[in-house]
Ligand binder design. Sequence first.
Ligand SMILES: Cc1cc2nc3c(=O)[nH]c(=O)nc-3n(C[C@H](O)[C@H](O)[C@H](O)COP(=O)(O)OP(=O)(O)OC[C@H]3O[C@@H](n4cnc5c(N)ncnc54)[C@H](O)[C@@H]3O)c2cc1C
Length: 430
Amino acid sequence: MKNIIDLIVIGAGPAGLMTAKRAAELGLKVTIIELKKDITHIKRACSAQFVTDEGYENETIKIEDNKIIFTKNRFYINYTGRLLNIINNYHHSPSGHKLHLSHPDHRPFAIKFDKGHLLADLWRDCEKLGVKLLLETVAYRGKDLGDHVRIDIRNHKKTSSILAKKLVIAEGANAKLTGLFGLNKGRVLHGTPFVFSCIIEGATGFEPQSWNQFYGSKYHPFAEVIIESAIEGNDAIELTIMGTRNLRPDVLFEKFIKDSPMKYHFTNAHVIERRGCSLKSYDSLQKPYIGNVLAIGDSAAHVEVIVQGALMCGYHAANAINDELIGINGFEKYTSWWNKSFNFNHTNPLEFVNLYSSLAMRPKYSDEELDYMFSLLEGTSICGNFSQFEVPKNIWKAILSHKDQIQSEKPALFEKIKNIDKLNQEGKLN
Ligand SMILES: Cc1cc2nc3c(=O)[nH]c(=O)nc-3n(C[C@H](O)[C@H](O)[C@H](O)COP(=O)(O)OP(=O)(O)OC[C@H]3O[C@@H](n4cnc5c(N)ncnc54)[C@H](O)[C@@H]3O)c2cc1C
């Protein structure tokens, strides 16, 4: 068919670039559409850490010889940028009691990377394979015409259309085109948090190679504040704070550094980079395709697939497109892999929200209750697995190992955590 390429990919994030790279390796003609001017310049909040838990999202990644190796999905990507091992995970109560999560052998539970560099490495491979990238171009509309798809694009004020046999939507969490193609129909929107993050130099008192979460109303009205070692330099930290449209995270950030018990750590600090995003938290798509269109990565997810998951999605999406083009039902194969691999696809969204908000521990627990619970575990080490599904379970298990003491010393608190205990007994926290 004239002027119809094999594949259009919307979005040059990790999912889109990986799709394009793999599809081009399989011999397909691919064009990526990306609204940014420079894909290596990261403006969206992202802690950029690989999670190294065994079996996380059905994968165990290894990093060797400038390669990120996906040992179970059996592929790798080149990565020549910096890495930073994160080995200690601390959760701080309002008065400074600490929970400590780590592996006994001090192996990292997360490895920070330079996301811009990773995308640059991926794009270099795509370019060598003949992938076309349209920058500063927004895909704003499209139609599935049965035997091919039309995508309408705008570059500055100039509009045009591109035709392809198949379309992969890798546009990230806000999932607009995903909706335009009908895939968000019936999909519940759980909320739209706003996130602010920044890289700070000159802050004092933070342990190198650590991840820290601060809980309690002294720090934030309803969520934890995250401070982690940054890849930008030895004394640099990355601070991430959540908010809402009305309670903006950048305002909460100013309060945290100027008017919280942490303010002394920021006396000589200066922000060297600011990032942010709003984040639509939809239900995950159980069937992420329709006609000739497949939605992958964050576009199809409940919570972030994170970069390693986005790469896995891209790899399998390209294989699926290749199968579809030779008459095999690749989209079904992709769907079965997608549903099996990601934890949020087999966790009831409500159960997940319950666990997740238990992790935040505010506003359900008073500062005094948080201090009490954290003090019970002072000096002990909790399993270092870092998956967002594992951390709350492991923390609650450790707290509930003091159940009898809590019941006798703090009966009102015990009443509050009884439900979590029940989840535990039902095996849902195991
Ligand atoms: C606060 C926070 C912390 C995080 N921490 C981590 C972490 O520690 N480790 C980790 O691995 N991940 C982390 N993530 C998640 C990670 O950033 C995402 O899961 C990952 O980037 C998803 O990749 P993606 O390719 O699906 O989407 P994205 O990375 O969002 O890429 C989508 C691309 O599509 C482009 N685009 C969108 N719409 C259009 C359009 N209409 N036309 C053209 N282009 C378009 C965008 O400009 C963007 O480049 C974090 C995220 C947040 C919010």
